[in-house]
Design a protein around this ligand. Structure first.
Ligand SMILES: Cc1ncc(COP(=O)(O)O)c(C=O)c1O
Length: 433
């Protein structure tokens, strides 16, 4: 397994943030999500420092769907990033964290009336409108509450990036946004522009996730700027801002080749600046919304091995005390991961295993075919790069308990989220007799 962030191997043991993971297992139990604070902070700084330009305001909004807790929102705020949310629950979490509401961007293809009312009540600064229907109901609500809000419209520029079908978001039949190619697109824009309670800042697009080609992002910039020019000519509307979403790919396993983000972010923002000058546009503010690329490498999941099994056909399993409930990505997207036996970190990986969870599903396999040292009950297995879309996609399937989340830095651990208890699990259930 590639060591990420502050991971170190010494005396056959793996540590993260200066803490032996065996100590974390003792303190907080397993399964356990571990967040490497230094790695998280480094990524925030990488984005903030490089997505900047002397003549354009660059803003980085962390896509909190990747991983969100009250503490996470506070760390993101401390690093000076903005935040994007996609539900009432995420919005409420950042509010509870004391996140400045003018730096919150509220997304979603089907925000409910209650969620829109909540956004107004909490004084959320920015809404990314998904479609014409939402534009209409939001306009009515803003007027009713006499509240003016910054808005963006999510558009679909029809870019097809190389990634898994389920995480592509701008194909022509995507459920997100309004296509820039549809006949009445100008009418939709005009209808938003004339709303008294909306400050129409610009357009948004997000071309997909886990993308490794720089060209896909630059093509999206080209398409969006071209469309800005058409809008300017057709409607005489000049937008101040542009939001290009997230999607930067990360390292999970061998074969993944993430973009070198530092130089690329500088290139990307300058590309936007030059393109907008060439087209005589007045864009002054550019946003991006990275999620996975901020938190994925900072997170890992630690499990205890319950035992091993060799099947009649010769397949060797390692059974762990979690599985698709704490990480549904392998089942959903055939996602690949690397792992290490943390208490045998320097031993030769000489046995081919499949890592299977404890859930009642044959598909509950986190890693197919990985070479590890010979495993036995009581070993600690750590899967790396699980910071994004794992905790946030957790399910209580089989009524298993949600693991705790521990934050580590400089040799000391802190709890970010406590482990669920069986009492938590039944606390919302009503007795019927
Ligand atoms: C609108 C929007 N912005 C940002 C993101 C974050 O993407 P990623 O985590 O790949 O950076 C997503 C992910 O689905 C999204 O839909």
């Amino acid at each position: 397994m590639r060591l990420l962030g502050s991971m170190k191997v010494e005396d056959n043991k793996l540590s993260i943030g200066g803490v032996d993971v065996a100590t974390l297992a003792k303190e907080y139990g397993t399964p356990l999500y571990i967040i490497d604070q230094e790695e998280l902070e480094d990524k925030c700084r990488l984005f903030k420092e490089n997505f900047s330009h002397p003549d354009l305001r660059g803003e980085v909004a962390y896509a909190s769907k990747a991983f969100l807790t009250v503490g996470m929102a506070q760390l993101i705020n401390k690093e000076g990033l903005s935040i994007d949310v996609v539900s009432g629950g995420e919005l409420y979490t950042v509010h509870k964290a004391g996140f400045p509401m003018d730096r919150v961007y509220f997304h979603g293809n089907n925000k409910t009336l209650e969620e829109l009312e909540l956004a107004i009540r909490l004084k959320c600064g920015n809404i990314i409108i998904d479609n014409r229907h939402e534009a209409k109901i939001l306009g009515e609500l803003l007027e009713k509450h006499d509240y003016k809000m910054n808005v963006f419209l999510r558009v679909n520029p029809g870019i097809s990036a190389e990634t898994h079908d389920y995480i592509k978001t701008t194909t022509d039949d995507s459920k997100f946004g309004e296509s820039i190619f549809q006949e009445d697109i100008y009418q939709i824009l005009r209808d938003i522009k004339v709303q008294d309670y909306m400050n129409f800042k610009g357009l948004h697009c997000h071309i997909g996730s886990q993308i490794f080609e720089e060209e896909s992002f630059l093509r999206a910039v080209d398409e969006m700027l071209y469309f800005y020019q058409l809008v300017k000519n057709e409607l005489d509307i000049e937008f101040e801002s542009i939001n290009l979403g997230g999607g930067f790919g990360v390292y999970y396993a061998e074969g993944d080749r993430p973009i070198d983000l530092g130089p690329f972010l500088q290139r990307m923002i300058d590309y936007i600046y030059q393109g907008s000058r060439r087209r005589e546009l007045t864009i002054r503010h550019v946003l991006i919304e990275p999620g996975r690329s901020i938190i994925s490498n900072a997170g890992s999941t630690l499990y205890t091995v319950g035992g091993t099994k060799e099947t009649y056909s010769g397949k060797k399993y390692i059974f762990i005390d979690g599985g698709m409930s704490d990480n549904p990505r392998p089942a959903l997207y055939q996602a690949k991961y690397e792992a290490i036996i943390a208490n045998k970190a320097e031993e030769a990986p000489d046995t081919l295993y499949t890592v299977a969870g404890k859930l009642c599903e044959s598909g509950d396999v986190l890693i197919e075919d990985i070479k590890l040292p010979r495993a036995e009950a009581g070993d600690l297995l750590l899967i790396s790069s699980t910071g994004a879309y794992t905790f946030s996609m957790f399910s209580n399937y089989n009524r298993v308990l949600r693991p705790a989340v521990a934050l580590v830095k400089g040799g000391s651990p802190r709890l970010m989220v406590r482990r669920q208890t069986y009492e938590d699990l039944v606390s919302l259930d009503e007795e019927l007799i």
